[in-house]
Design a protein around this ligand. Structure first.
Ligand SMILES: Cc1cc2nc3c(=O)[nH]c(=O)nc-3n(C[C@H](O)[C@H](O)[C@H](O)COP(=O)(O)OP(=O)(O)OC[C@H]3O[C@@H](n4cnc5c(N)ncnc54)[C@H](O)[C@@H]3O)c2cc1C
Length: 600
C-alpha cells in the first residue's frame, strides 16, 4: 500500500508534464503581452538580438487605417473599434489604443519632455539608475528630429532656431513640424508673451517652463503618423524570429514557484475567437499592456492583493498589495470660444464633408493641407505664474494639511510640495487643440471654434485599477478619483480661469468672437468649482499602477523592471512611472521601454 501514494504522484507528475508539453506549445524565448507603444520597442530590439519573440495583442493591425496614419485625423479613432473605451463614470470613456501600436496609434502626436527635476526625483523615492541623463539618452536613441523649416518658424513666430543637440537623430520615431498653422497657432507665442509667459524655444533641454511649439510624431516625407507599429514593428515584421498574434486577449501569465518560493513564468494564456490557447515561455514574460491592463492581467494571474483576489475567487499566487494602486493621470477641462469665419482649423474638415474631401485630396497629393497638423501650441506654467494672491493663500493652508498626511503616498506628496516651490517645475499645461472639443454640447456646424485645454500636471489624487470579475474579457474597475484632493481642485479652477485670459488677450483675441464655455455666467468661485467638477476628464496619461521602487515604498518592480517576487516577469510600460511629470508621456514611455532592454 505504501507505494501507491508515490506512484499516483509520479503518474500525476507525468501527466502534468505531458499536459504542459502538449498544451503549452509552441514556445518562445520572450512573450510580450501587449503590442502597443512599449511592447513593440522591446519586440524590435529583442528580434534584432536574435531572440525568438511572440507578441500577443488584443486589437487588430491598423496599418491601413486613415484615422491612424493621417496626422490631422488625430482624435478620430476615439470611441472606435481600436479604442478600449474604459468606463470611468464620466460622460466620455477613457480612451486607450487597442491595436498594434497601442495608444501611440490613436494619440494626439505631441512629443515633449518632462523636466529634469521631475525625473531626478525618482531617486529620492528610492529608485536607482533612472536619472535624467540615462533616460534622456534612451529617449534620444528612439528619435529622429527634423527641425522646423524657415516657413514653419515664420508661421509660428519662432524667432530663435531650435537647438537640435537636445534631440536624437538616428532613431525610429520621426519628429517634425507641420507646414500649416491656423490663425490661433500664429498668435500663440505672442499672446502668451503679452501675459508675461516667455517663449521657450528649447523645452526639450530639461526645463519646459513657458510657451512653446512642440514637434509631433509625424514623418516629414509623407506627413503620416510615426508610431510604435510603423517605426518599430515594420522593420522586423518579416523576421522569422518574430510571431505576432493579434486580436488575442491575454488572460493569464502561468507561473510556477521555485524552491525559494520565487515565481517563474512558464507560459501565457490568451483567448482568440472565443477559444483559449497557451504558449510556453523559455526566458521572460514582458508585460507591456499599459497602465490599465498590466495590473489587470497580473491580478487575473493571481498576482496582487490577496483580499481583492479572494473576492473574485482567484487563488493568490503572489501577494503583492501595491499592484493597481497609485494610479495618476493629468486632468483637463476644455474651454471653447467661437472664432471668426476666416479661421481655418480642423472644424470645417469635421463638419463639412466636401471640405473634408478637398483637404484629403490635397493631403494625398502632398500639398499643404489642414490635415497636416496636430496640436503643437502649448504652454507650461509654474504655480507662481498661474495663481493669484487669494489662490496662493488658500494653497498655503492646504499645504499645511499635506504635511500632516501620514499615508502611503507621503514621500510622493513631499516631492510634489518641493515641485510646487520650484521655478523649474510647472503645474499647469495649456493646449490649443485645433478643433471643437466639447462632449457636452454639439457644435454649430456653420461655425469655427478655438478649444483650449487647461490640464493639471501634478495631481495629488491617487486612483486604483483592479479586477471586477474573474472573467478576463471584462474590463477592470478604474477609479481615477479625479479632483478628490482639494489642491487639484484649486489648480484646475485656476487653470480654467486662465484660459479666459489667454483667449481674450491680443493678438489671439482678434479672432475670438464669443466665449461658449465656460460662458459669461461663470464668474464666482462656486461657479468655477461647479464647472471643473462637471467637466473634468483625464488627459489620457494614466501611469503608476505597477510603479518602480522598493516594496515597502509602494513598488511593484525593482530597478531592473522585474516584478518583485518573480524571476522572469518584467514590466516596461507606463504603469512603472512612479510620479507624474509635466509632459505628455509617450516620449517617456518609449524611453523606459528602450532602457528596459538592458535588463531583458
Ligand atoms: C487618446 C490619447 C491621446 C494621447 N495623446 C498623447 C500625445 O499627444 N502625446 C503623448 O506624449 N502622449 C499621448 N498619450 C499618451 C501615450 O500615448 C500613452 O501614455 C502611451 O502610448 C502608453 O504606452 P503603453 O505602452 O504604456 O500602453 P499602450 O500603448 O496603450 O499599449 C498597451 C497595449 O497592450 C494591449 N493590451 C492591453 N490589454 C491586453 C490584453 N489583455 N491582451 C493583449 N493585449 C493587451 C493594448 O491593446 C495595447 O496595444 C495619449 C493617449 C491617448 C489614449
Amino acid at each position: 500500500m505504501k507505494v501507491i501514494g508515490p506512484l499516483i504522484a509520479l503518474l500525476v507528475g507525468i501527466v502534468y508534464v505531458r499536459y504542459r508539453a502538449t498544451s503549452m506549445t509552441p514556445s518562445f524565448e520572450y512573450v510580450i503581452v501587449g503590442g502597443g507603444t512599449s511592447g513593440l520597442v522591446a519586440a524590435n530590439r529583442l528580434v534584432q538580438r536574435g531572440a525568438s519573440v511572440l507578441v500577443i495583442e488584443a486589437g487588430p493591425d491598423s496599418d491601413r487605417e486613415d484615422g491612424v496614419n493621417i496626422s490631422g485625423m488625430y482624435g478620430s479613432m476615439l470611441n472606435s473599434h481600436i479604442d478600449w473605451k474604459y468606463d470611468v463614470g464620466l460622460k466620455q470613456p477613457m480612451p486607450r489604443g487597442r491595436t498594434l501600436g497601442g495608444s501611440s496609434a490613436i494619440n494626439f502626436l505631441l512629443w515633449n519632455r518632462p523636466a529634469e527635476v521631475e525625473i531626478n526625483a525618482w531617486n529620492d523615492l528610492g529608485v536607482n539608475g533612472w536619472d535624467w541623463d540615462s533616460l534622456i539618452e534612451a529617449m534620444k536613441e528612439v528619435e529622429t528630429f527634423n527641425p522646423p523649416s524657415e516657413i514653419t518658424n515664420k508661421l509660428f513666430g519662432l524667432d530663435e532656431p531650435v537647438d537640435t543637440s537636445n534631440y536624437g537623430h538616428n532613431g525610429e520615431i520621426q519628429l517634425s513640424y507641420p507646414r500649416y498653422a491656423t490663425k490661433m497657432d500664429e498668435a500663440w507665442l505672442e499672446t502668451l508673451r503679452r501675459l508675461h509667459i516667455a517663449s521657450n524655444v528649447n523645452p526639450a533641454d530639461g526645463n519646459n517652463v513657458g510657451a512653446n511649439v512642440s514637434p509631433i510624431t509625424m514623418n516629414p516625407s509623407n506627413f503620416t503618423r510615426s508610431y510604435s507599429a510603423s517605426a518599430f514593428l515594420k522593420p522586423v515584421r518579416d523576421s522569422s524570429k518574430l510571431t505576432i498574434i493579434d486580436n488575442a486577449t491575454v488572460s493569464r501569465v502561468v507561473t510556477e514557484k521555485d524552491s525559494r518560493g520565487i515565481l517563474n513564468a512558464v507560459g501565457v494564456e490568451y483567448i482568440r475567437n472565443g477559444k483559449k490557447h497557451s504558449v510556453a515561455v523559455l526566458n521572460k514574460v514582458v508585460m507591456a499592456a499599459g497602465a490599465i491592463s498590466t495590473p489587470h492581467i497580473l491580478e487575473l494571474s493571481g498576482i496582487g492583493d490577496e483580499e481583492i483576489l479572494k473576492k473574485y475567487g482567484i487563488e493568490t499566487i503572489l501577494h503583492q498589495p501595491n499592484i493597481g494602486k497609485n494610479f495618476q493621470d493629468h486632468t483637463y477641462v476644455a474651454s471653447v470660444f467661437e472664432v471668426d469665419s476666416s479661421v481655418r482649423n480642423l472644424d470645417p474638415v469635421h463638419f463639412n464633408p466636401s471640405i473634408a474631401l478637398e483637404e484629403l485630396a490635397k493631403y494625398r497629393s502632398q500639398s499643404v493641407s489642414l490635415l497636416e497638423q496636430a496640436n503643437v501650441c502649448v504652454a507650461y506654467l509654474t504655480k507662481d505664474q498661474l495663481l493669484d494672491k487669494e489662490d496662493q493663500s488658500e494653497l498655503a493652508e492646504l499645504i499645511k494639511e499635506v504635511y500632516l498626511y501620514e499615508g502611503e503616498y507621503k514621500d510622493q506628496y513631499l516631492k510634489q510640495l518641493e515641485f510646487l516651490e520650484s521655478d523649474s517645475v510647472t503645474q499647469s499645461e495649456f493646449i490649443n487643440v485645433g478643433f471643437f472639443a466639447d462632449v457636452f454640447n454639439p457644435p454649430d456646424v456653420n461655425k469655427t471654434y478655438l478649444t483650449l485645454l487647461a490640464a493639471n500636471q501634478h495631481p495629488f489624487a491617487r486612483g486604483e485599477v483592479h479586477i471586477r470579475s474573474s472573467n478576463p474579457l471584462a474590463h477592470p474597475r478604474i477609479q481615477p478619483n479625479y479632483l478628490s484632493h482639494p489642491i487639484d481642485v484649486l489648480f484646475q479652477k485656476a487653470a480654467s480661469k486662465y484660459t479666459r485670459r489667454i483667449a481674450w488677450q491680443q493678438p489671439l483675441s482678434a479672432v475670438v468672437e464669443r466665449e461658449v464655455i465656460p460662458g459669461a455666467h461663470v464668474q464666482s468661485e462656486d461657479d468655477w468649482e461647479d464647472l471643473v467638477k462637471k467637466r473634468i476628464f483625464g488627459e489620457y496619461h494614466g501611469i503608476g499602477t505597477a510603479r518602480i521602487g522598493k516594496v515597502d515604498r509602494g513598488g511593484v518592480v525593482d530597478d531592473k523592471l522585474r516584478l518583485h517576487g518573480a524571476n522572469n516577469i518584467h514590466i516596461i510600460d507606463a504603469s512603472v512611472i512612479p510620479l507624474h511629470v509635466s509632459a505628455h508621456i509617450q516620449s517617456l514611455v518609449y524611453a523606459i521601454a528602450n532602457k528596459s532592454l538592458l535588463y531583458l
